[in-house]
Design a protein around this ligand. Structure first.
Ligand code: NAD
Length: 499
């Protein structure tokens, strides 16, 4: 696998090296090997990227919809052919284990498959004879240049939530991936060009705050799609809406799983382990809190025993359940929260603080960590840890568990494990969270639905992928038309009614 020594920008269909003086190392989090260097693009470079997306829009918006769909068909085929290679890049720069990295790519491919159906998705509506010889019909049209700002934890899936659908709708795009793992995006766009994407329909820029602020405020950007932490998401939403952009911000989470006393215990424990520790807890839909209701509280020993069997390792080790944290800073932050949890009186039932992986002393490893007797006031509960740390809470009833979840300002995902249809139905009806799993721990919808986080986990109206994303990336134009046939009605119509 050849990784570029310097991560390039893609501007106007050409790969170019940034002229910036600000570069950051992209490292393998399992051993700190420097894989590449990523630029913080200059102001001029970002301006040029936006201008070139604007220029490409003038022709791309008129490319027939079936041709845009065929680009998606070729792209999904190429992504499948390069599935392992893309996963390997993710493994190198983010440390995910191979199967999980393949899942990251696959869930992106599914969105591209959805985009292949763009002609049907962009159909408008028609009503004939809304008044005498008058018809009304709607046209679904692209909006212009859109921007995407993505996080480190799904370097394939999340960019693929964005630019394929935006382009399929006839828009052009400026993508700014996470500066922590930008190499996957480079390969995604190389394959896109190979699939026949015309020059300029996607630009790739790199950077941090300054670059993001420009994308959120530049007058030629019509819409901004952001995925990342709560704090940055609020900033992006405020900045971009103040600059009158259409915005969708998918942000941080604290996802609870409720386990009822009648749940299948073995299934519940297995699902908790995968959902809490998979991807080193670096998933916005990770289960970081388990609420044991009533007699289910005695399951905590089983959960700890199962967690003890889980260990991280390098991506090429088939026994590694998950990989390292993305950075030494992330590891330090998580260790600080674990220490604080202990100080605040949570019972550390399993402590992964000192976990080591043989042969990889410099990796950002944290072993599975489980806290019992956690309360809603503790910082370990209140903050999104974004690491392999699970909090166990007890509740006396389902009502109490639902109230606890509804008290949290974040509302990305939640799940219930139970054998009772009545309990499950009450939960799905009363819980104020956007994605609910019933005996499913991570209920991320497939792309014919949308990813529907709520409240503090989402700002905007239209969610990513699915029909909502098509609405996000398009504008509706409604045409009311009459073709005169025979006598023209006499005199002006002085009322607002159609005649
Ligand atoms: P992050 O907020 O640090 O970074 C996200 C993006 O914002 C990156 O491209 C980064 O360069 C940029 N950025 C960082 N600091 C900035 C600043 N001060 N001003 C402007 N832009 C800035 O997030 P992350 O650590 O890369 O990703 C993890 C977070 O993303 C978690 O909170 C996770 O829950 C969330 N996430 C949410 C979803 C979802 O769909 N709701 C999906 C994946 C991840």
């Amino acid at each position: 696998m050849n990784l570029p020594q310097r991560v390039p920008l893609m501007i106007g269909g050409k790969w170019v090296e940034s002229q910036t003086e600000q570069w950051l190392d992209v490292t393998n989090p399992a051993n700190q090997e420097v894989l590449s260097r990523v630029p913080f693009a200059t102001d001029d470079e970002v301006d040029t990227a936006i201008a070139s997306a604007g220029k490409a829009f003038e022709t791309w918006k008129n490319v027939p919809v079936p041709q845009r769909a065929r680009l998606m068909l070729r792209y999904q085929q190429l992504l499948k052919e390069h599935h392992d290679e893309l996963a390997e890049i993710i493994c190198q720069e983010l440390g995910k284990n191979f199967e999980d990295a393949k899942g990251d790519v696959w869930r992106g491919i599914e969105v591209v498959e959805y985009a292949c159906n763009i002609a049907s998705l962009m159909m408008g509506e028609t009503v004939e004879n809304v008044a005498g010889s008058i018809d009304t019909y709607s046209l679904i049209q692209p909006i212009g240049v859109c921007a995407g700002i993505t996080p480190f934890n799904f370097p394939a899936m999340i960019p693929l939530w964005m630019f394929p659908l935006a382009n399929a709708c006839g828009n052009t795009f400026v993508l700014k991936p996470s500066e922590q793992d930008p190499l996957t995006a480079v390969r995604l766009l190389e394959l896109y060009a190979e699939a026949g994407a015309p020059d300029g329909i996607v630009q790739l820029v790199h950077g941090g705050k300054a670059c993001v602020n420009k994308l959120c405020s530049h007058p030629d950007i019509r819409a901004v799609s952001f995925v990342g932490s709560v704090a940055v998401g609020k900033h992006v939403y405020r900045t971009a809406t103040q600059n009158l952009k259409r915005v969708q911000c998918m942000t941080g989470a604290k996802n609870h799983m409720v386990v009822m006393p009648d749940a299948n215990r073995k299934q519940a424990v297995n699902n908790i382990i995968g959902a809490a520790f998979g991807a080193a807890g670096q998933r916005c839909m990770a289960i970081s809190v388990v609420v044991l209701v009533g007699e289910a509280r005695d399951m905590s020993a089983d959960i700890v025993a199962a967690a003890r069997d889980v260990s991280p390792g390098i991506w090429s080790d088939p026994k590694a359940a998950y990989g390292p944290q993305i950075s030494a800073e992330a590891k330090t932050r998580i260790l600080g929260l674990i220490a604080q949890g202990k100080e605040e009186g949570a019972e550390c039932l399993l402590d992964g603080t000192d976990f080591r992986v043989d042969g990889y002393p410099d990796g950002n490893w944290i072993g599975p960590t489980v806290f019992g007797n956690v309360t809603a006031e503790m910082q370990i509960y209140r903050e999104e840890v974004f690491g392999p740390v699970l909090c166990l809470l007890n509740a006396g009833s389902l009502e109490e568990a639902i109230a606890l979840i509804n008290d949290d300002f974040r509302a990305n995902g939640t799940s219930i494990f139970t054998d009772s249809g009545a309990a499950a139905r009450k939960f799905q009806n009363e819980v104020m969270v956007g994605q609910v799993g019933i005996n499913i721990p991570i209920p991320v919808p497939l792309p014919f639905f949308s990813f529907t986080g709520w409240r503090g986990s989402f700002h905007g109206d239209q969610h990513p992928y699915g029909k909502q994303a098509v609405r996000f990336y398009t504008e509706t134009k409604t045409v009311t038309a009459r073709w005169f046939e025979g006598d023209i009605p006499t005199g002006p119509n002085m009322s607002i009614t159609l005649k």
